[in-house]
Each structure stands twice: as C-alpha cells, then as structure tokens.
Design a protein around this ligand. Structure first.
Ligand SMILES: N[C@@H]1[C@@H](O)[C@H](O)[C@@H](COP(=O)(O)O)O[C@@H]1O
Length: 246
C-alpha cells in the first residue's frame, strides 16, 4: 500500500482528483468505481472544477458505485442515486446511462445482487476504485465479519454505521437498516484502489489499518491483499499512526 499524507481535506481531495483525471486522460473510456459519504465530496468538487475549467471530459466514462440503501426509491433525497447525481453527475458531461448503482428497491434482492455482480464482470474490471472507510473499518457497506470472498450482497447495517450516517437523514430512525453492497472480492477485482481518509474521527481506523493485520474484524485490512492501493490521508486522520510506520 502506498501512503500519501497531506495537510488537510482540501489537499486530499485535490490529490485524489489529479489521480482520477490522469486515469481519464489516459483512457477516455475508463471505468471508475465510485463511493458515497462525506469523504469523496471534495474530490467530486475538484472533478467538477476540472471539467468546467480544464475541459476534462467524462463523456465516455462508465461508473459503478459501491452500494445503495435498501428500500429507498432512487429519487429519495438520501438515496445514493440522488447523492451521486447531486454531487457529481449533474455537473459533468457523463451520460447517465453509463452510471450504475444497485437498485435498492429491486423486488428480489438476491437477483439484484447477482445482476450487479454480473454487471461488474461484464463492464469491468474497474480501472480505478475510490473508497472511503467507516469508523469501524467498513468499505462499501462491508461491515466487520464480512468474508474476503464476498460478492455483491445484502447487509444489515451496524448500529454504529446507522448512527454515523444519521446526519444525512431527518432522524436516526429514518436510516435504512439494510443495504446492497459490492462485496470485498468485488472491490478487490479493481485494477487500482484509492482509499481516502480525512479528519480525526477516522484516526483510530487509519491506525488500525496501518497495523497491517488482515482480519474480517476490520474489512479495510483486506486491502493489504491487493497490490495497487494508495491511501491518501490527511494529518488529522493519520495522527495516531506510530512514528515507525510513518
Ligand atoms: N457506504 C458508505 C461508505 O462507502 C463510506 O466510506 C462510509 C464513510 O462515510 P464518510 O465518508 O461520510 O465518513 O459511509 C458509508 O457507510
């Protein structure tokens, strides 16, 4: 794992956007793996600036998102469909038909998971996967206990995850209890992975990640089993890593 420590959230977002733009400039038909949450919002902002000010084009790009809440209509303001549209897609020249997220309202969740995994295999492999990390080490919505071989599946969300994500909803009870997420194996199929971490709230998780102990108790640790991962962390997120690991 390559580790890049930067000053703050803005610099993390800028560095990440440079990597995304390099990928898109190298291959105009790149497949990007995208994430939600607060962490990548700055990155998406920089990508929008790049599109507006430097004509970086996303016209032929395809995107595959990690996850979606179960039970939310795609037009619900808190769905990840809406998140991606509001924070990125509506601002750039991507073709909406080339953007993919799991359908949280599919009649059969099992069939939807199979369909989504097949889609990843058909369209992929993802050239560059963007990841954030939960405070409990979840990636996508792969909570502690998820096996490394997991493919796209339905999960019951941890109470800690629901609590952390409650800020986006009108009340904690409104946070869905389940989600559809790409599995660990689905994520590790990507050619290259960019993990972002910002803020002191993520410091314990970054510390744990840097201990390099691969364990299902801390799903982000599986990233040590992939040979092309870059972590961009800001100083606050990296502050608990012991000096000899820095
Ligand atoms: N499913 C998403 C994850 O993909 C994300 O990494 C995590 C961290 O969120 P944040 O970036 O807001 O800290 O939140 C959600 O649970």
């Amino acid at each position: 794992m390559k580790v890049v420590v930067v000053e703050n959230y803005d610099e993390m977002s800028l560095r990440a956007a440079e990597i995304v733009e390099q990928q898109v400039l190298k291959n105009a038909k790149s497949i990007l793996g995208l994430a939600t949450g607060s962490t990548p919002i700055g990155l998406y902002g920089k990508m929008i600036e790049g599109f507006k000010n430097r004509s970086v084009s996303y016209e032929q790009i395809k995107t595959i998102n990690l996850d979606e809440y179960q039970g939310l209509n795609r037009n619900h303001p808190n769905s990840y469909h809406s998140f991606m549209y509001e924070n990125l897609f509506k601002h750039i020249n991507i073709q909406m038909r080339n953007t993919y997220l799991p359908d949280g309202q599919a009649r059969s969740v099992e069939e939807e998971c199979e369909r989504y995994e097949a889609l990843i295999d058909r369209i992929g492999p993802v050239h560059l996967q963007i990841l954030g990390m939960g405070t409990n080490g979840h990636i996508g919505f792969n909570e502690p206990g998820t096996p490394e071989g997991s493919l796209t599946h339905c999960v019951e969300l941890d109470e800690s995850t629901r609590k952390n994500n409650a800020r986006f909803f009108e009340s904690p009870d409104a946070v869905p209890t389940h989600a559809i997420t790409m599995g660990i194996a689905s994520i590790l199929k990507s050619d290259r992975i960019l993990l972002l971490a910002s803020g002191k709230k993520k410091a314990p998780a970054v510390k744990k990640l840097m201990e390099q102990q691969v364990s299902e108790d801390f799903p982000a640790s599986y990233l040590w089993n992939h040979d092309d991962v870059t972590l961009i962390a800001d100083r606050d997120a990296y502050q608990l890593v012991e000096p000899e690991r820095q």
